[in-house]
Design a protein around this ligand. Sequence first.
Ligand code: GDP
Length: 326
Amino acid sequence: YGHARRKGNPKLLFMGMRRSGKSSIQKVIFEKFSPAETLFLDPTTRIEPSTMESFIKFESAELPYNLPYTAPDFDRDAIFASTGAIIWVLDMQDEYYHSITKLIETAVFLLETYPHINFEVFIHKTDGLSEEYKYDTFRDVRQRVADELADHGHADRGIAFYQTSIFDHSVYEAMSKVIQKLLPQLPAMESLLNKLCSACRIQKAYLFDTISKIYLATDASPTFLKDYEVCSDYVDVIVDIKQIYGWQTRGQDGVLVTDSSRESGAPGESLITYDRSGNTYIYAREINDYLSLICIMGQGSTADKRVLIDYNVSILHEALTQVFKL
Ligand code: GDP
């Protein structure tokens, strides 16, 4: 992947059958709806782009699955030329045969006409299903898509699959991975996090977009949904503490401003706490108004390392400023 990393804001297009969950996913992630609030959403009939003002401006929109892109007067470039990723949402709780047919048709068209676009498939609404059913369905869908693509001569083209539900963290994790592929700064961020982890013996580090709780990068160690769940809850803790104690930042417009009071490691700007659920220590720090760093540390590494970590995080902060050329 990575061929679709382009300049500008990541632009995402959601496609899939009616009622598959396209609007719900966007409302929950970008507009902070609760999952229950999506129950009675009106069907989308027009292309309604929405943007989210955060560290990275995500643009997302929803397309009708029967978009007449083969019609001669259809302005394909207007829709696809600047798109980074198509997310095909497939309702796992519904009869999905027809959706797969449409998915293949669309994927083949895009692979041939707009090969820069990443094609991502959310096998959606996994909540309430048994592990066995989820596993079998996931395999079935993936296999059918792979077979059909091979029949069309696209055996070598990567399509990524994710199991998602708006009722748990899975949809955030999937969106994180989709968006990361569109960030030209990803390799730099990853290597900075790798360095931080080895310098401070951190198990897992996530750099979060604070508002959306999408993680922009993580270190190279294996990624588990459980770790993401624990860490994303601490993003909320950071936001709460900030509201209560008013951690001041001078960053504006997503700019990583070097704030001297933060560089000195003033108390209150980082937090180390013991997380019972994971039996681990958590280090949480707001990098600026838009970015948060959350790290999981093993049993051995305790709070006395805080000064060391704070110091290394200030180096990370400097480097991120360089990476984003701000
Ligand atoms: P769209 O037509 O593709 O935009 O579909 P909607 O977003 O309007 O969703 C259709 C229905 O599916 C709504 O009643 C949602 O509450 C429901 N839905 C969306 N996501 C999920 C999910 O992850 N799990 C379950 N069980 N229902 C979902």
